[in-house]
Design a protein around this ligand. Structure first.
Ligand SMILES: Nc1nc2c(ncn2[C@@H]2O[C@H](COP(=O)(O)OP(=O)(O)OP(=O)(O)O)[C@@H](O)[C@H]2O)c(=O)[nH]1
Length: 555
């Protein structure tokens, strides 16, 4: 398979993984709906629920590589149609339908199980954006309509959502599959605080750790206090602001996860550097080992470390000299440099610090201590960089930073001779959104798009806010055609997201222009041609993506 196709294949396989991970709970949901329908075949609500679930399956299965599963769902959906027009089924027809449908569930599970090679999400996990690895959310509320509505919205952000409408089912669900987060209503028919009590009970009984976000109609101090005492990680009052809820879910999940600081370890001894590399990697850091100091500058540009761990004594040049070389470049004035050496001479240690290093650790060192000393330095560096480079509203790279990133990515691409695409996105008719719903709601739309981009794109893709309602995505190792396919899925998903405002719900679209290095190798020109393609997308009716072509550039 060519390199150009790799990126697309990865994306598709990742999406298949999301679909497959959700499949068992979807089938279970359909089975439950079938049960309700069989109990009361004349109940139109039960019929509508089963019909809707089949319809969704018919639409999605084919897209994710299961055309036969989709076709069959459509047939089952079609068989239900006459019931909406007043036809009734005899008992035999009912049991025939139920038997066929249950066989379809069983066959589908088997089909899914037989497709493991292309759906190993771990294989892609490192590459994926924050949200592409599906997070399992249990949404627990006895209000069925509400949980359905929230699920639909959360699924746009690539979460796997399991709805639980009866409180007593929660403990069983948690025991069989641990969720990342439980989002649960405080009150249930069992009692005003039954949700809180159940969470406290499950946590005590099972000793399982899971994150909990409470939702409620009330915002009283007492309920909030009870939620905190039950170990709640968040509290939302209804109606729930989905963007704020996803912000919270990501924040609490993020708190639990190791942060992948990029650490460059320079040591001429391959075995020693491998040892420290292993320690740091096991703490979730992304580590590059360099045994040949002459490669330093190239690695600094390509890997962009957030911390350097240096040995003092090396044959070609020593660590102190290396630190001085690094500090000669203004771009690396603030990147933390930590020495790790068996040198105990205080004079030598002082000399190292004077060369521009931030810390001097002595070997041997406890693994935990090393991880914690480096984490705090890297975290501080990241926070400071973030203040300089990030846009306050969306947390994305700002205008200056994205231009810097583009320069760096273009130099990597031209050195490797690989592809690279640049997309320029602009929200459609955004002035209307501000004018109709107000500026704060406009800000919420900007945050929704930034969140969706970060979640749906690979981790290696770079996203920035270029101006007011304009965004930039840099796709390393990707052609414009592939970038377009990926972005098109995001365009469709974004347009389906319901934005909330006091005046009512509404949706927004975006247009985009994409250019790649086939068109030009000049960064400014790449921006111009992508912008020109964006202009064509707007002229062509908006909510669409246009590619810049070589011809466009020449005219
Ligand atoms: N809420 C909010 N609005 C912003 C921000 N930055 C820019 N805008 C608004 O974005 C709108 C951009 O409007 P226009 O450039 O006229 O374009 P448009 O209405 O999106 O129309 P088309 O791009 O042609 O589809 C203006 O109303 C700006 O005030 C921001 O940070 N927050």
């Amino acid at each position: 398979m060519s390199d150009k196709n790799d990126s697309l294949q990865e994306k598709l396989r990742a999406l298949e993984a999301v679909f497959l991970a959700k499949l068992p709970s979807r089938l279970q949901e359909m089975d439950d709906a079938l049960g309700l329908f069989l109990q009361e075949p004349e109940n139109k609500e039960h019929l509508a629920l089963l019909h809707r679930l089949l319809h969704t399956m018919a639409g999605s299965a084919g897209t994710f590589g299961f055309p036969e599963v989709g076709t069959q769902a459509r047939e089952f959906e079609g068989r239900l149609k006459p019931l909406f027009n007043g036809e009734t089924w005899a008992k035999t027809s009912l049991s025939q339908y139920a038997g066929d449908l249950r066989k379809y569930f069983a066959d589908t599970i088997k089909t899914a199980e037989n497709k493991p090679a292309s759906i190993d999400s771990d294989e892609y996990a490192d590459e994926l954006g924050e949200g592409t690895r599906p997070r399992l959310i249990y949404l627990v509320d006895d209000d069925q309509a509400l949980t359905e509505a929230i699920t639909l919205q959360l699924e746009h952000f690539a979460y796997e959502v399991v709805r639980i409408n009866a409180l007593k089912q929660l403990a069983v669900a948690i025991a069989s599959r641990k969720p990342d987060v439980v989002v649960i209503e405080l009150g249930f028919p069992e009692g005003k605080m039954a949700g809180v009590e159940e969470i406290a009970r499950i946590k005590k009984m099972s000793r399982l750790k899971f994150l909990t976000i409470f939702v409620s109609n009330t915002s009283s101090f007492e309920s909030r206090l009870l939620a905190v005492r039950a170990g709640g990680d968040g509290y939302f009052t209804k109606p729930i602001d989905i963007v704020a809820l996803t912000d919270r879910i990501d924040a609490v999940i993020g708190r639990e996860e190791p942060k992948g600081y990029r650490v460059l370890v320079i040591d001429d001894d391959a075995v020693t550097s491998e040892y420290y590399g292993t320690v740091l990697r096991s703490a979730g850091m992304s580590v590059k080992l360099l045994n040949d100091p002459s490669q330093l500058l190239k690695v600094m540009t390509d890997f962009r470390p957030e911390l350097l761990l240096l040995d003092v004594y090396m044959p070609m040049c020593n660590g102190i000299e290396l630190a001085k070389i690094i500090r000669q470049d203004n771009s690396y004035l603030d990147v933390p440099i930590v020495f790790l050496s068996s040198e105990r001479d205080l004079g030598k240690q002082l000399e190292a610090i004077q060369s521009g290093a931030d810390d001097f650790l002595t070997k041997p060192i406890e693994a935990d201590f090393l991880v914690s000393a480096l984490s705090s330095r890297a975290e501080r560096y990241r926070s400071l960089r973030s203040l300089i480079m990030r846009d306050g509203l969306t947390g994305l790279y700002n205008h200056t930073a994205i231009k810097e990133e583009l320069g760096a990515e273009m130099s990597i691409a031209s050195r490797n001779g690989g592809p690279m695409a640049l997309a320029m996105l602009d929200l459609d008719n955004f002035k209307n959104v501000n004018d109709t719903y107000g500026h704060p709601v406009g800000d919420q739309v900007l945050r929704t798009l930034s969140r969706l981009l970060r979640q749906r794109l690979r981790r290696s893709d770079i996203v920035g806010r270029y101006g007011g309602e304009e965004f930039i995505v840099i796709f390393p190792d990707t052609s414009a055609a592939v970038a377009r396919k990926v972005l098109d899925q995001i365009r469709i998903a974004f347009n389906k997201i319901q934005q909330h405002a006091d005046q009512g719900d509404f949706s927004v679209s975006f247009s985009a222009g994409i250019a790649d290095l086939e068109v030009t190798l000049d960064a400014d020109e790449l921006f111009d041609v992508a912008d020109e393609a964006l202009y064509r997308a707007k002229q062509g009716g908006r909510n669409r993506i246009e590619l810049a072509s070589v011809q466009t550039n020449r005219t």
